[in-house]
Design a protein around this ligand. Sequence first.
Ligand SMILES: Nc1ncnc2c1ncn2[C@@H]1O[C@H](COP(=O)(O)OP(=O)(O)OP(=O)(O)O)[C@@H](O)[C@H]1O
Length: 176
Amino acid sequence: MSRTLPNIIITGTPGVGKTSHCELLAERTGLRHVSINQIVKDRECHEGWDKEYESWIVDEDKLLDAIEDDAKKGGCILDWHACDLFPKSWIDLVVVLRVGSATLYDRLKLRNYPEIKLQENIDSEIMDVLYQEALESYDAEIVVDLQSNTSEDMDANLDRIEAWLKQWKEDNAQAT
Ligand SMILES: Nc1ncnc2c1ncn2[C@@H]1O[C@H](COP(=O)(O)OP(=O)(O)OP(=O)(O)O)[C@@H](O)[C@H]1O
């Protein structure tokens, strides 16, 4: 299936900077920021609320149905703390954002996360869980991990993704 625009996943542990990156990237490129959190909530792609973790229990089949048409058209920036559920055929680039554990701790503390959720997220970041998930789910050549500790990191990441997008468009224009 050919798309005239690529689909990009921006993933990583909660608090790493996915939404911040996606919003700016959407502004800079015109691609659509697809906030999976928002879709799960708005389109009720869930089986209820987990009180302990203070998060929705996602119904993945319903979620995939909800975004399938947009994903098949292309031009989506998928913003979520997991990536293994999206079909490989939909995805052109997977960006895994990374952050130091002290910085992540400060960011999550500011959100008043429950202690259990805070600790699990710090452990997940230290143990590379999201990066490994991306490597297990997609071809290694489309997976990139980028640091997101500072606003300078974010600027550099956005430049890099924009350059990748420009190249993707050139390559795919030649192919058609
Ligand atoms: N590279 C960065 N440099 C400095 N601050 C950042 C950076 N990235 C994110 N932040 C700050 O960290 C906080 C969390 O960022 P953001 O909401 O984008 O994370 P997220 O990964 O989308 O989280 P969630 O998965 O919970 O939606 C925000 O206050 C944001 O301003």
